[in-house]
Design a protein around this ligand. Structure first.
Ligand SMILES: [Zn+2]
Length: 391
């Protein structure tokens, strides 16, 4: 396997710049402060090794015409997103544009061998369809904590405890593999292709089945001492609250995760507080988060209270995070369809009312506009950050 990687710091900086799109020689030299001789030497080596190619002449700035350079068609990343009930895989080019993507329902609880085996098959299928002979790297998102390429979440992922996920993908796909939790991967996707692109410091709050937070500080993902930075799901909010999947009482996720919201909705339906949710529960035999969203949007007061309570608690947690980390922006992803803007308005209300103006005066709180694309782009970004770095 020919491992395509930069050989020195200058080459690493050049390929990372080109990851954001084609550049002229003149631009590359200016941005990196490299002499013409050094630039030519390093670019020639990158071209010779198949990492960079000429993309035609650049627009003239007067004088000698400069050629446009880009990452070569030989640079291809794969992205694997393993969710609780679904696998999504994608193949991207060097600029992390998604070239092909596919996915299917999968039960993460069926264990790592089955899930990883199927993900590898799906990547193989995409490679065959899009003519990708070799992968430059693969980035994998897991729906639980990851430390050093190994899954460490027995409660959420039975059978995955201490499973060497990174090594399994690296062996099967014959390329460097990187593994991280989904909130971190989503934050990387926002950093590359979303609104996070223009911020050095931002916070990505992931809602849904599990709640998590990705933290980009000084332009890099911050993982903490044992890779658990941003693991806010089990922050205690109330000692008298609902029981959480972790066994504790009153965790953020027990209130604001999908299961917590549904549990509260069922209670509202059964107690007679919500006629809309009661009718839906009678008809379907259960309730879902989209049911709560539909009832809230239709004006059911109890459903609206549920949504507002959820947002208020998320807002309270964000008040603490924002005052501690002072991010430039907060991006919220994974909000249920139709509920995003209601949640956002309430979260903004709490954060702006309760935070120090110096921390939040110019800090936007927005919904991610990348939706599912953040995860697949983030997986490719994870892999490329590793491959395009020289120790
Ligand atoms: Zn918990």
């Amino acid at each position: 396997m020919a491992l395509v990687r930069p050989e020195n710091q200058q080459q690493a900086r050049l390929v990372r710049l080109l990851r954001d799109g084609p550049r002229s020689r003149v631009e590359l030299g200016d941005l990196l402060g490299l002499s013409r001789t050094t630039l030519t030497t390093e670019l020639d080596q990158l071209v010779a090794r198949g990492l960079v190619e000429t993309a035609g002449p650049a627009a003239s700035r007067g004088g000698r015409r400069s050629s446009l350079l880009r990452l070569s068609a030989g640079v291809r990343f794969a992205s694997v997103v393993i969710a609780a009930d679904r696998i999504t895989v994608a193949v991207t080019d060097g600029e992390l544009n998604v070239l092909a993507e596919t996915g299917e329902p999968a039960e993460v609880r069926s264990g790592p061998e089955a899930v990883i085996g199927r993900a590898v098959e799906l990547v193989g299928k995409l490679r065959a369809e899009s003519g990708v002979a070799e992968l430059t790297g693969v980035g994998v998102a897991l729906p639980g904590p990851v430390d050093n390429g190994t899954s460490i979440a027995p409660a959420v992922l039975p059978g995955w405890q201490r499973f060497p996920v990174r090594d399994a993908f690296a062996t099967e796909l014959g390329c460097p593999a990187l593994v991280d939790n989904d909130a971190n991967v989503l934050a990387l996707g926002e950093q590359h292709a979303g609104i996070g692109r223009t911020f050095e410091d931002f916070l990505y709050l992931k809602l849904g089945t599990a709640i998590g937070c990705g933290l980009v500080l000084g332009g890099s993902l911050y993982r903490g001492a044992t890779s658990s930075a941003g693991d806010i799901a089990h922050l205690p909010l109330d000692e008298d609250g609902p029981t959480c999947v972790c066994g504790e009482i009153g965790c953020l996720e027990a209130y604001c995760g999908d299961a917590g919201l549904v549990k509260a909705a069922l209670a509202a339906a059964r107690s007679g507080r919500s006629t809309a949710l009661a009718a839906r529960n009678t008809a379907a035999g259960t309730l879902t988060v989209p049911d709560v969203a539909a009832a809230a949007i239709a004006g059911d007061p109890a459903a609206q209270t549920l949504v507002r309570d959820t947002a208020r608690r998320l807002g309270q947690v964000l008040v603490g995070l924002v005052s501690f980390f002072n991010p430039g922006i907060v991006v919220i992803g994974g909000a249920p369809d139709g509920l995003g803007h209601i949640l956002l308005a309430e979260v903004r209300g709490v954060v702006y009312r309760r935070s120090a103006p110096v921390a939040t005066g110019t800090m936007p709180i927005v919904l991610s506009d990348l939706a599912d694309r953040a995860a697949v782009v983030g997986g490719a970004r994870l892999a490329s950050d590793h491959v395009f770095t020289v120790d």
